[in-house]
Design a protein around this ligand. Structure first.
Ligand code: PEP
Ligand code: MN
Length: 359
């Protein structure tokens, strides 16, 4: 089979470039059957499956390892769709190059470590295999760019970027917050690097994937990586966010691909700043939501312990610290004071609501 070459740039008429396949390769049958079902759609450009799975805690399924490389190669032989997997160290790279995989990607947990990325880049030196670099777990644009640069300096093939959202702690709508201003920032800084989006890992559940994919298309991203499985609910990893190939087909059918998307030149302009503002406002609202949820919880605690809602000492402390934070960041003092007053009023209101509910 001819070596598959990821184009270094896709024009908008070719969008979206579609990457799909299971989160993890679980068995030969599961890989082959999922690949067959995806083949029928006739619109999947690259088949994915994780073989070495970086898991947050030990003793969960950590991937089938090297034996699964053969399943990917067999899936390509049968379907003609090029195949990709995640690499996290030099041994992974060597095994994939030997097996003849078409594309490799660096996962978010690896992109955070310049040592690990450099080790991978060194192992790739002199090859032309296309590499996709996912964003790091946390919202650090420079770290993402650095990883892309480390790889691009060593490999002769195309390097693509992939936005998979950013980890955050506590209550949240998304498994990984999209923080669209970061991928927009990447396009502004590196307009020559094609950018894909991974709505599956941003969403963490099926219901959000379509809207995230649509947003990525509206922002002019080049492609989508969406996890699919022959039987999503039985998946050994990320069961809640995988789609059947048929549901993937429907999702792609329903996407609106506008031709006048934000292009890299526009990314410098007013439009880009507005998009960044939208994203910051979205995060502000989410944070406010989290703050009010906490206020409710505090309200319930106070009720249980017979405390009053208004604790003057605490309020003075809040006022003092927040005003100083605002001043340090050069926010107008009147603005900060008014904002804090509104926040306080709303916190008291929701705490009151909790108390009335319980009575
Ligand atoms: C994956 O694509 O399966 C994966 C582990 O993703 P991420 O590195 O984005 O968490
Ligand atoms: Mn996954």
């Amino acid at each position: 089979m001819e070596a598959f070459v990821l184009p270094s740039y896709l024009d908008s008429s070719q969008r979206p470039f579609v990457v799909s396949g299971p989160c993890s390769a679980e068995s030969r049958e599961q890989v082959l059957e999922t690949a067959r079902q995806l083949k029928v759609l006739g619109r999947v450009n690259l088949f994915r499956a994780g073989i070495w799975k970086p898991r947050t805690r030990p003793h969960s399924f950590e991937g089938r390892g090297t034996e699964a490389l053969d399943w990917l190669v067999e899936a390509r032989q049968e379907t003609g769709i090029p195949v990709a997997t995640e690499v996290a160290n030099a041994q992974h790279v060597e095994a994939c190059l030997e097996a003849g995989l078409d594309v490799l990607w660096i996962g978010a947990r690896t992109t955070v470590s310049p040592f690990a990325v450099q080790e991978i880049a060194d192992a790739l030196a002199g090859t032309k295999i296309p590499i996709i670099v996912k964003n790091p777990m946390h919202a650090d644009l420079k770290l993402w760019m650095g990883a892309i640069e480390r790889v691009a300096e060593k490999v002769g093939g195309p390097v693509w970027a992939m936005h998979r959202g950013f980890s955050s702690y506590g209550l949240k709508e998304y498994r990984n917050a999209p923080m669209w201003e970061i991928p927009i920032g990447l396009r502004a800084e590196m307009p020559e690097i094609p950018l894909l989006c991974d709505p599956s890992h941003i969403s963490g559940n099926r219901s959000l994937i379509a809207s995230v994919a649509q947003k990525a298309m509206d922002l002019g991203m080049h492609g989508l990586m969406i996890e699919s499985h022959r039987s999503p609910d039985d998946a050994w990893s990320d069961a809640g966010q995988q789609l059947t190939p048929k549901d993937l087909d429907t999702l792609l059918d329903e996407l609106t691909i506008r031709q006048s998307n934000v292009n890299p030149e526009q990314v410098d302009g007013l439009e880009a700043m507005r998009l960044q503002m939208d994203s910051l406002d979205e995060q502000l609202i989410e944070l406010l939501h989290g703050r009010m949820d906490l206020a409710r919880e505090i309200g319930r605690f106070k009720l249980e312990h017979g405390m009053t809602i208004l604790q003057l000492e605490r309020w003075h402390e809040v006022l003092k610290t927040r005003s100083a934070w605002g001043q340090n960041l050069k926010l107008g003092s009147e603005f900060t004071a008014k904002l804090l007053e509104q926040l306080h009023k709303e916190s008291i209101r929701v705490q009151n609501e909790e108390m009335i509910k319980k009575k």
